[in-house]
Design a protein around this ligand. Structure first.
Ligand code: GLU
Length: 548
């Protein structure tokens, strides 16, 4: 068969360059020794998830700690799944988590010399290489219809055979020249398949940078290289792109491990050296005592939007992911509590080999600690930024009064830098936590432990004496005096010595005031809360909280 003629008949494109031109156009990168070139290669489906961030963080850290490049390539070969705005959303989401690209799709950089970075815009490169494989007898057209392939798959499954297009099932592999040209003349659609040279009799050892040495079976599947619309499959496109974009390390999910034999064969037939590969383990969670993979359908926390909407502090999410990415990160953090996480020496060898357990409680804990390190002003900026993007109208209205919110935050967080309170976990919860400082979100539960007359006596007795200019001790002296007048012990020691002699203690009296003003039995310092609320609002609350 005249293979050169066949290649031109199947791929008649006139814009393809001689293959060595592509090598010239995309020369090896001029980077220091040891520098790694990594990439994130998402499909623009609009769903950017924690697994993407997990890989991206590893990619970004490795590139940037070795003086290399981290770039963004968009794998948009599946037109049906493409979502408008998805690329911007990837960039925005990753940027929020401090993961920034040096080069790639939609990145404004002088480094963008290895593009286009959208696979659909690279069609001629893939087609040039497919054409060459056909001409070398390493690829062929397949005219099988979907239904036929489905039928064969069912038959293979029923007979407990490996499914796919290989061996005796690869019927188009042996079409004669006449049959091929007759099919083409009849206008039958076709795909281009690899003519696999491998055999499942052979085993290959492969050094995965994360999983270590693994043994795989050689590929014998005639996988599709170009689909009937001329667009490549992931297998073919990624091999060509990672070669010409001069990727040195591919970090991707372990779901690709089963395709590794195909990729090994593709690099071999294309004549490209393989980059190093590291397959990350899946993120798992405990669900009713069993460990399972995080699922898009069941677990909202898989989506990165979840963290932005809930107002997680980005550094907390990153630090948490670092703890599951590199087993020695936590120890390093303990020794260097004030160091920036980028100072940690991230290494691919320390990445987990199997199922990383995702633990939301631990993330929440880290988030609380990270947020407690902020000044009230920084916390305000963080909460306000969240409110502007994700908060309700009422959240936005609350944050409009910066000075008022900063006073609240100083109280809620505490001003002692060694003993900050860790009450704020994420912006959404933080905004709700301070809701009682605003009348529209003040929803008190007047759950008193005393009868109405006693409660009212305490409330009105204190209201009559309240002066917002009192300092803490003057304020407390008034609480004591009202308490004593209403039959409560003004001193705790007196109460403890003879509880039956009193209605309760000064602490109980203060609790009544606290419930009235904050709507809850527990709160930060009440005297300060009343100062922040101001005289009028405090008195109105004392009045509204009366029983009966
Ligand atoms: N487009 C592939 C995905 O989204 C990328 C896999 C890879 O990183 O090579 O899963």
């Amino acid at each position: 068969m005249d293979l050169i003629k066949l290649a031109s008949a199947l791929i008649p494109d006139t814009d393809l360059l001689p293959l060595d031109k592509y090598e010239e156009m995309y020369p090896p990168r001029d980077l220091p020794k040891g520098a790694q070139v990594t990439r994130l290669a998402p499909s623009p489906t609009g769903f950017i998830h924690l697994g993407n961030l997990y890989s991206a963080l590893a990619d970004e850290r490795i590139a940037h700690t070795t003086g290399g490049i981290f770039y963004l390539r968009i794998e948009d070969t599946d037109e049906k799944r493409r979502v408008e705005g998805a690329v911007e959303s990837v960039i925005r989401s990753l940027k929020y988590f401090n993961v920034n690209f040096d080069e790639g799709a939609e990145i404004d950089s002088p480094l963008n010399k290895y593009g286009p970075y959208y696979q659909r815009r690279r069609a001629s490169i893939y087609r040039a290489f497919a054409k060459d494989l056909i001409a070398r007898g390493l690829a062929y057209p397949c005219f099988c219809k979907e239904e036929e392939l489905d039928r064969v798959r069912e038959e293979q499954t029923a007979q407990k055979q490996i499914t796919g297009y290989y061996g005796r099932y690869a019927v188009c592999r042996n079409l004669s020249e006449e049959q091929i040209y007759a099919n083409l003349a009849a206008g039958k659609p076709f795909v281009i398949r690899l003519k696999s040279q491998g055999s499942t009799e052979n085993k290959l050892t492969f050094r995965d940078r994360i999983k270590g040495e693994i043994t795989v079976t050689e590929n014998d599947q005639d996988v599709v290289l170009l689909k009937s619309d001329g667009i490549p499959t992931y297998h073919f496109a990624h091999a060509i792109d990672d070669h010409f974009m001069r990727t040195t390390l591919v970090i991707r999910g372990e779901e690709w491990l089963s395709s590794l034999p195909v990729h090994i064969e593709l690099f071999k037939v294309l004549g490209f050296p393989m980059p190093a590969y590291g397959h990350t383990c899946s993120l798992m969670k405990m669900d009713g005592g069993t460990k399972r993979k995080l699922s898009k359908r069941k677990d909202p926390e898989l989506s990165l939007d979840y963290y932005r909407k809930a107002g997680y502090y980005p550094v907390a999410v990153v630090k948490y992911l670092m703890t599951i990415l590199n087993s020695n990160f936590e120890e390093w953090e303990r020794k260097n509590p004030d160091a920036d996480y980028t100072q940690f020496r991230f290494t691919i060898e320390k990445m987990g080999k199997s199922g990383a357990l995702f633990d939301l409680d631990k993330l929440n804990d880290i988030s609380r600690t990270e947020l407690s390190r902020l000044s009230a002003e920084e916390m305000y900026d963080f909460l306000n930024g969240w409110a502007e993007e994700f908060g309700s109208d009422s959240d936005r209205a609350h944050f409009a009064d910066r000075a008022y919110v900063i006073d609240i935050l100083n109280l809620v967080m505490g001003t002692n830098s060694k003993k900050r309170r860790k009450d704020i976990e994420r912006a959404e919860q933080g905004a709700a936590l301070i809701g009682y400082f605003f009348d529209d979100t003040f929803s008190p539960v007047y759950d008193y432990r005393f009868d109405g007359d006693t409660v009212n006596a305490i409330l009105s007795g204190f209201a009559a004496e309240y002066d917002p200019s009192d300092d803490n001790s003057a304020w407390f002296a008034k609480v004591k005096s009202v308490a004593a007048r209403c039959g409560f012990a003004a001193e705790m020691s007196d109460y403890r010595a003879d509880p039956s002699a009193y209605r309760g203690s000064v602490a109980d009296a203060a609790e009544i005031l606290r419930i009235a003003v904050t709507g809850m039995p527990n709160s930060p310092d009440l005297c300060t809360i009343m100062k922040i609320l101001g005289r009028e609002r405090s008195l109105a609350r004392l009045a509204a909280a009366r029983v009966g």
